[in-house]
Design a protein around this ligand. Structure first.
Ligand code: HEM
Length: 342
């Protein structure tokens, strides 16, 4: 009799065990509104994600985010990063490049109409030129190393091979991270150095109405910076700050924000960078082949007086009033004034 009881106890115990063990995954499944068995081999990843909204598990390391395998927001972000952003960047950058080529072929270089006078005025001192070139150099390297993240895998890797691409990308990433610091300092210094000349005023309205001397052949008077330059200045300040803030959020992940914030920061960083690069192409164009006599302002620090009269008549008058009627200097004297003592 006692053997029959013992056997019955064993069978009941085994049944209870089977029910408890079997019920555990069933109750786990019923927490999500799904009829799918997530562990079934025929379940499609897409179906599973659609019904469960998120696929995550438990991890024993401190970083709980590492247990998060998949979530729809991650897919949206990947779609943005792999498709939308490259399209935005390609259209913005190639669009501006094409527009500049067409503009150059139809308008050509804006010449100094009266020719060079042989007298020059100081336009940018050594500190201003140093800050400009430091920021510009960092910008170009940041742009190339950043675009490598957007386009490198699809465009460059097939050309140079995976090993070379990996080595270059590693250096590009170091450059992007470390040059962000002098770039940020440069943007702050640009803000401080040139803000006084870049506050919009009523001469800008007139300048824009008259096409700014670039569209057509009019040369509306401007002070030290015309409306176009002021626009570039504020794009550099705001674009520089936006790329710096979002860039540091990416560089120090999860300190300031969570997963969604990281995705937003990356999206803003990518879009701002693409538009920033496109705008800067226009700036580089006008500073080099687009306008005669412009490059030397940042190269040597001086401009020809006829250039100054044509493009910045009010500034030239202000300079003459400030430094006296004989301020027009020989090239050598002005160059000495624009160069720091050794
Ligand atoms: C203080 C300034 C900046 C910081 C701290 C910074 C930082 C970063 C970081 C951490 C990333 C992500 C890299 C990765 O996914 O491994 C990134 C991506 C990128 N950066 Fe910057 N960056 C800065 C400025 C700039 C500037 C000025 C440009 C453009 C001229 C730029 C262009 C890009 C581009 C195109 C990407 C790739 C976007 C993508 O496809 O995901 N960055 N940046």
């Amino acid at each position: 009799m006692s053997r029959i009881f013992a056997q019955a106890r064993f069978i009941i115990g085994a049944l209870v065990l089977v029910v408890v063990v079997g019920a555990a995954p069933v109750s786990a499944q019923t927490q999500t509104p799904t009829q799918l068995n997530p562990t079934a081999s025929s379940v499609k990843e897409d179906q599973l994600l659609q019904q469960m909204r998120i696929i995550d598990g438990r991890v024993s390391i401190p970083d709980k985010q590492s247990g998060n395998l998949e979530q729809p927001a991650g897919r949206d972000w990947r779609e943005f990063h792999q498709k939308t952003l490259p399209w935005i960047a390609a259209i913005a950058i190639l669009g501006v490049l094409a527009a500049l080529v067409i503009f150059y072929l139809t308008r050509g270089m804006v010449k100094i109409e009266r020719g060079r006078s042989g007298r020059v005025v100081v336009r940018f001192n050594a500190l201003e030129r140093f800050v400009h070139w430091m920021t510009a150099t960092c910008f170009i390297i940041l742009a190339l190393s950043g675009l490598n993240i957007t386009f490198g895998k699809s465009l460059l890797a097939p050309l140079i091979g995976l090993d070379a691409f990996a080595a270059w990308s590693q250096w590009a990433k170091y450059a992007h991270n470390y040059l962000s610091f002098p770039f940020t300092i440069g943007v702050v210094l640009i803000l401080l150095l040139w803000i006084t000349g870049n506050i919009p005023d009523k001469t800008d309205v007139e300048w824009v109405k008259r096409g700014g001397g670039i569209v057509g052949n009019d040369h509306p008077p401007a002070r030290r910076f015309n409306a176009g330059q002021k626009l570039i200045y504020w794009i550099v300040i705001l674009g520089g700050m936006a790329s710096a803030i979002t860039g540091y959020i990416l560089m120090f992940p999860f300190y300031a924000t969570g997963m969604e914030g990281m995705q937003t920061a990356q999206s803003i960083h990518g879009i701002v960078a693409a538009l920033f690069i496109a705008v800067m192409l226009g700036h580089i164009y006008i500073g080099t082949i687009g306008m005669e006599g412009a490059f030397e302002a940042m190269g040597e620090g001086t401009v020809d007086e006829n250039w100054a009269r044509q493009h910045h008549a009010l500034w030239l008058e202000e300079e003459k009033a400030r430094t006296g009627p004989n301020q027009s200097q020989s090239q050598a004297a002005a160059r000495a004034a624009a160069t720091p003592a050794e």
